[in-house]
Design a protein around this ligand. Sequence first.
Ligand SMILES: Cc1ncc(C[n+]2csc(CCOP(=O)(O)OP(=O)(O)O)c2C)c(N)n1
Ligand SMILES: [Mg+2]
Length: 433
Amino acid sequence: MPTGPSVPVLQVLAPDGQRNDASAEPAEAAYLAALTPQRMVAMYRDMVIIRAFDREATALQRRGELGLWVSSLGQEGAQIGSAHALSPQDYAFPAYREHGVVAACGIDPANIFAMFRGVDHGGWDTEAHRCHTYTLVVGGHVLHAVGYAMGEALAGQPDGPHGGAVIVYLGDGAMAQGDVAESLVFAASYQAPVVFFVQNNGWAISTPTEAHVRVPLARRGEGYGIPGRRVDGNDALACFAATSAALDAARSGRGPGIVEAVTYRMAPHTTADDPSRYRPASQEQAWAARDPIIRLERHLRQIGALDDVAKAAIDAQGDAAAAHARAACLALGPPSVDGLFSRVYATEHAQVAADAALWSAHRPPVGARCRPPPKPPHNLSRCPPPQARPRRIGTKPTPPPRRLGLPPHLRSAWWGRCGRRWAMRCGPTRKCW
Ligand SMILES: Cc1ncc(C[n+]2csc(CCOP(=O)(O)OP(=O)(O)O)c2C)c(N)n1
Ligand SMILES: [Mg+2]
């Protein structure tokens, strides 16, 4: 949690599942009052399903079926709660962890695997689902989102095909990016219909939020003239209410807004990360007690909207979603080379068409193995014959300049200790001989 001046926090569900709407502002309270038990069960189901999917995806990565996985564990309340506030004419810009948002936009989350398996640059039709593809460049998509919102405002008629608002998902770390600062300036200047949904999950890889945030992120917009609201990000109902109110303001021409959802990244940053190196297990345990799914489940049981039978049925849907995701992942074929050309521009482009024609003319037959072209004969007249590298032994020399550009296992030689002497070590391994 950031230090500095505090801000009011919208929390509707306490960790024990008790509901209290008192901290809601009038616009938020109206959305909360209209929430039906069926809608809350739908949110709960979506959260359970996306967690099961995420668990399966992590397992697939561990088995080598995905190049990388970015888990959404612990952030389901923020993602599903906010995504349930979207109207069909709205447009979402996720970052790379928003699997719940993608699913709520009607996209089969198994499509996300196409990118993480390296067979597609995207994974879905962005216009059909009104959900942009993932962006791994931190904060880069925020500029796109604001530009899109400015376009929507210029083109749109209320309730028409372009009358919606844009929601862009970003993290606490992304809020430190220059791209985001520029986005805030443009959003405020043009009163663009965009909501910046900041999932403050406590960490930007290994950098804790408090290391770079002195004033709550909900107040980051004040200097730009953008109102902000902090919510309990593990409370799906609070996220739903605050996002609904902010989107409504954006749609009705009252300009952009920031929603800061304070949550926690329960998993490693990605499957390539080991958080035990930089954060205590006690912190993870403390946040596990605030789990967004358990919290909503407790509430639904308290109001009689969920019992063991209904919960078992929802869990079974989660298992089915995971099985479907696994099968879809394993069924993904190799990447289409033609897609390299056909997906560059929306309309035909002369240079790309020429490249595609060249590829067609020289493409190997299906199943053929690629072989490197034969080496040209050595031209003795132009360069001297290769000489054996002298092996030097003696006192420690000035280390040779670091060779950049080649990974270590490909560097042919470097200095190191050989017994008690310094010697040039040659060859593709660190063995000295
Ligand atoms: C422009 C850029 N800088 C750095 C990175 C490396 N990087 C990837 S994720 C990340 C942390 C982002 O943290 P945050 O915005 O809080 O999102 P979170 O991963 O916590 O969801 C960084 C620094 C990157 N992908 N892009
Ligand atoms: Mg973060």
